[in-house]
Design a protein around this ligand. Structure first.
Ligand code: NAD
Length: 330
């Protein structure tokens, strides 16, 4: 099995190479993303392995199919970047890694909450400059606060458990409520009730037609003044320009983003010497009550090892013509 692995960073190469030892799998690593411009690289391979910002639309899939690619093996949970219907029609199998480490993303959501609340991002710089004044760093206790969780799948559940442990009242919204969370004392409500009552709202639902721009001017109006919004799921859940208006008006008191709608041309790269050509993103970075991280929610040792292991199991599934992991999407 020859696999072209796209969007590779040194840490991907290290973990995949380690885990592939002894397996009959030949991996070729490409730093570039898979997109219309790079499909010519797949000549001679059986499968491609992709990540969150690779573009696997119908055009790309047709080009892959013409070159004999039998499968797309994602190294991530979300699959909003793949045209699954088209893959099915072309007979291209698609696999993902759904539960590599829900805890890693849930804990990162907590990191954003704690940073924004206790303003450690600002305190760090102040103290380095010998400024020990506390004015502007006032936080609040999490205990007793109402936290809304939208999407209570694997990551959402881990997040609710963490917030429950902090003594928060947890309100949940999902199209499929989870009994274990209810047993824990979390309460499922409709979306409007969650918006109206939560001091902190964290997004853990997938990006699809029903969740695209879920956070927009209208939904923001339903929220409490000064709400803390956290998005570690997918960027396009939030209409960024509406969020900026919310920041100006004070409707949003804190904004924590690990994902951004147009992150594809920014994240995972060192752009510190470049002029970033996205004025909305640049504006977001200017607010003292906004913390942006570059899609690192998943980035823990445990998650990387699990991603590599499951990706290789998914590749082995192809050889054996059976879905060993149960993670086949198409
Ligand atoms: P999951 O499939 O286990 O859970 C998603 C939940 O969302 C399900 O319970 C589903 O019923 C619910 N849902 C679907 N449509 C909904 C809607 N319209 N409204 C409310 N809930 C809805 O997925 P997961 O593993 O928990 O991952 C959630 C998302 O997190 C992924 O889709 C991915 O985009 C994102 N993610 C981000 C990172 C990161 O590094 N930041 C890493 C992994 C995953």
């Amino acid at each position: 099995m020859r696999v072209a692995v796209f969007s590779c960073k040194p840490y991907d190469i290290r973990t995949l190479t380690n885990q592939a030892k002894g397996l009959e799998v030949e991996l070729s690593f490409f730093e570039s993303k898979l997109c219309e411009e790079t499909t010519s690289l797949v000549q001679g391979y059986d499968a491609v392995s992709c990540f969150v910002n690779d573009v696997i639309n119908s055009k790309v899939l047709y080009q892959l199919s013409e070159q004999g690619i039998k499968a797309v093996v994602l190294r991530c949970a979300g699959y909003n970047n793949v045209d699954l219907d088209c893959a099915k029609n072309l007979g291209i199998e698609v696999y993902h890694v759904p539960d590599y480490s829900p805890t890693s993303v849930a804990e990162h959501a907590l990191a954003l909450i704690m940073t924004l609340n206790r303003k450690t991002h600002r305190a760090y710089h102040r103290v380095k400059e010998g400024n020990f004044a506390l004015e502007g760093l006032l936080g609040f206790n999490l205990q007793g606060k109402t936290v809304g969780c939208i999407g209570t799948g694997r990551i959402g559940q881990a997040f609710c458990r963490i917030m429950n442990g902090f003594g928060c009242q947890v309100l949940c919204y999902d199209i499929e409520p989870n009994q274990e969370l209810m047993d824990l004392g979390c309460e499922y409500t409709d979306l409007d009730t969650l918006f109206a009552n939560s001091q902190i709202i964290s997004l853990h639902c997938p990006l699809n037609a029903s969740t695209h721009h879920l956070i927009n001017q209208q939904t923001l109006e339903k929220m409490r003044d000064g709400v803390m919004l956290i998005n570690t799921s997918r960027g396009a859940l939030v209409h960024a320009q509406d969020a900026i208006q919310g920041l100006y008006s004070g409707k949003i008191g804190y904004l924590g983003l690990d994902v951004y709608e147009y992150e594809g041309s920014l994240f995972f790269e060192d752009m510190s010497s470049d002029i970033i050509q996205d004025s909305v993103f640049q504006l977001l970075l200017t607010f003292p009550n906004v913390v942006v991280t570059g899609h690192q929610g998943y980035f823990t040792e445990e998650a990387l090892a699990h991603i590599a292991q499951t990706t290789l199991e998914n590749i082995t599934s192809l050889e054996e013509h059976k879905d060993r992991t149960g993670y086949r999407l198409a």
